[in-house]
Design a protein around this ligand. Structure first.
Ligand code: DOR
Ligand code: ZN
Ligand code: ZN
Length: 369
């Protein structure tokens, strides 16, 4: 057995579905899946029902997370056409502002260029402005960031033309950061034949082998790895109108380790993308006395039914993966060991709690909110 001790991983892009769709996932099951996958901190997206766009919706989500999360977390605010001033005023309580420039899942969408420019102008310079922006939308976002000085982070880069655009922006000295997902690094549209048509729906879509090769060839440009853990039920995925999204928290680490085994990056470069760059880009506090232990050689077969995510399926179903999380210690407490999640709901902390007197930190206090 090759046991390796690593810092707790950070996933900067998850959808834990609370509030509004807790039958798909909630802070309890989603953070259990995170711990099982070796993540001690997850950053949760705002495309909930209702979307997280103002103080009332943010407080409701903070209260749910505070009561139920088993690992640490940060929350994003969503950009709409009518919350430009409100969003900027809430910047200290969240880890970033998310702008959906393309149609994805749910109603949160920033339709007008004018609203994007206004958000980019108002949102504090030192905080990241995140975009779901594919193809030409990504080109628009890079230009708006350049013109306004906004700190742009591009979510889930998936295509050759997109990573090429980011390379060109970097060559010109622009400070744009970006992330890539395990599914875009390991799957292509051809895998829909085995995954199933509805289950393989995801945004950005699975691309072709050339796109996947371009991502793998340009890992040096990719600052973070992010699962975009987006659970939907198997009934929904197998229906006539399947929603886009994959669960990913419990399969990510062995896939990231595969990139190391393939010689595409070193272990230190993997930790940069899963710990240190996310800490820096999203202004996250260090997690003291926090680490994970991984058996890098242990092989296991992905079985959706055995996962902690409420979705209980995986696009990697049946894959033989190498690398298993043995133990997770979060702030000095054993949080996960040999398949068992030990951290109780409510033990996770909001990463903004220390800087925001309004954020709550313990399960008891959550009830007063
Ligand atoms: O596939 C996706 N699912 N892409 C997104 O951008 C949203 C996500 C979700 O929330 O289901
Ligand atoms: Zn997205
Ligand atoms: Zn997402």
């Amino acid at each position: 057995m090759t046991s390796l001790r690593l810092p707790g991983l950070i996933d900067p892009h998850v959808h834990l579905r609370e509030p509004g769709a807790t039958y798909k996932e909630d802070f309890d099951t989603g953070t259990a899946a995170a711990l099982a996958g070796g993540f001690t901190c997850v950053l949760d997206m705002p495309n909930n029902q209702p979307p997280i766009t103002d103080v009332a919706t943010l407080q409701a989500k903070q209260a749910a997370a505070c009561a139920k999360a088993r690992c640490d977390y940060g929350l994003y605010l969503g950009a709409g056409v009518d919350n430009i001033l409100t969003a900027a005023a809430l910047a200290d309580r969240v880890v970033g502002l998310k702008c959906y420039l393309d149609q994805t899942f749910g109603p949160l969408r920033l339709d007008t260029l004018e609203a994007l420019v206004q958000h980019a102008e108002r949102w504090p310079r030192e905080r990241p402005l995140l975009v779901h922006a594919e193809g030409r939308s990504m080109a628009a976002a890079i230009l708006v960031a350049q013109l306004t000085g906004a700190r742009l982070h591009i979510c889930h880069v998936s295509r050759a033309e997109e990573i090429d655009l980011i390379r060109r922006a970097r060559d010109k000295g622009l400070t744009v950061t970006c992330e890539a997902t395990p599914h875009h690094l390991f799957l292509t549209a051809a895998d829909a034949a085995t995954i199933g048509a509805g289950r393989s729906e995801v945004r950005p879509r699975l691309a072709d082998a050339r796109d996947r090769a371009a991502l793998r060839a340009h890992l040096a440009l990719i600052d973070c790895f992010a699962t975009d853990h987006a659970p939907h039920t198997t009934a929904e995925k197998d229906s006539a109108n399947p929603p886009p999204g994959f669960p990913g928290l419990e399969t990510a680490l062995p896939l990231y380790l595969e990139l190391v085994r393939e010689g595409l990056l070193t272990l230190d470069e993997l930790l940069a993308r899963t710990v240190y760059n996310p800490q820096r880009i999203f202004n996250l506090p260090e997690q003291p006395n926090t680490w994970i232990e991984v058996d890098t050689e242990a092989e296991w077969v992905v079985r959706g039914a055995e996962l902690y995510t409420r979705a209980r399926w995986s696009p990697f179903e049946g894959w033989r993966l190498r690398g298993r999380v043995l133990r997770v210690v979060l702030r000095g407490r054993l949080a996960y060991e040999n398949g068992n999640v030990l951290a109780p709901p409510g033990s996770g902390r909001d990463v903004r709690a220390a800087t925001d007197a309004n954020s709550l930190t313990s399960g008891e206090e959550c009830k007063d909110r």
